[in-house]
Structures are given as structure tokens and as C-alpha cells.
Design a protein around this ligand. Structure first.
Ligand code: AMP
Ligand code: ZN
Length: 111
């Protein structure tokens, strides 16, 4: 999906501040953070949103959640953090490649 922004980040065609990576997932800082800590956790494979990913590959969907917890711990917010996944434009999904928002470290705005 060469027209997908997050596929292009996975391919290294668009720069991102990567904080964690596995064979199947990537975690990088949100470019417009809504909280002091705001990291996006994405599958390397293209799925339109987290619900589509869970339907197609539930093992990978679960992997993203355990990796999100590792990101939170590594970022120093393991004691309390929020996981957000927008499914569909009506609730504000703007990038149609599945992603989890890991948020914490202070006030969370606009999600
Ligand atoms: P959503 O609104 O749930 O689809 O979330 C998309 C998120 O991607 C937003 O929080 C954006 O700030 C973030 N975003 C957009 N472009 C980039 C980029 N190039 N690098 C990192 N994060 C991005
Ligand atoms: Zn994609």
C-alpha cells in the first residue's frame, strides 16, 4: 500500500522516531502528541483498523497489546496509561492503517 502513510513508515520511506520494533510490529512517537507520552503501536502488515486486524489475525492483535504494555513500561508510565484505537472516520480515525495510541504521563487531550 504505497499510498498508506504508516506502510511508508514501515518501509522506511517516511521518517519516524521508533521506540520499539518486533518482526511484526513497530512503535513510534506520534508527530502531534496529545499527552506527554504518546506512542503509536502498529502492525507492519496493512489492516484498515484494529477491528479489521483482530478479525484477520487475532494473535497479532494481542501481540500489539502486549507490546503496547512494554512501551508504557519503557516510557516510565507502566503504573497507568491509556490505550486508544479509533475505528472509523466518524470517531476521528485519520490514518487507515491499524494503530494503538499509548498515552500517559500527564494530561491527555483530544482523543
Ligand atoms: P487516528 O486519528 O486515530 O487515525 O491517529 C492518527 C495519528 O497519527 C494522529 O495522532 C497523528 O498525529 C499521527 N500521525 C500522523 N502523521 C504522522 C507521522 N508522520 N508520524 C507520526 N505520527 C503521525
Ligand atoms: Zn498501511
Amino acid at each position: 500500500m504505497s499510498d498508506c502513510l504508516f506502510c511508508r513508515i514501515v518501509a522506511g520511506e517516511v521518517p519516524a522516531t521508533v521506540v520499539r520494533e518486533s518482526e511484526t510490529m513497530l512503535a513510534f512517537r506520534d508527530i502531534t502528541p496529545k499527552a506527554p507520552i504518546h506512542v503509536l503501536v502498529i502492525p507492519k502488515a496493512h489492516h484498515e483498523n484494529i477491528a479489521a486486524l483482530a478479525a484477520a489475525d487475532p494473535v497479532l492483535a494481542a501481540h500489539l497489546i502486549t507490546e503496547a504494555a512494554e512501551v508504557a513500561r519503557a516510557e516510565g508510565i507502566g503504573d497507568g496509561w491509556r490505550l486508544v484505537a479509533n475505528n472509523g472516520a466518524p470517531v476521528g480515525q485519520t490514518v487507515f492503517h491499524a494503530h494503538l495510541h499509548v498515552l500517559g504521563g500527564g494530561r491527555i487531550e483530544g482523543l
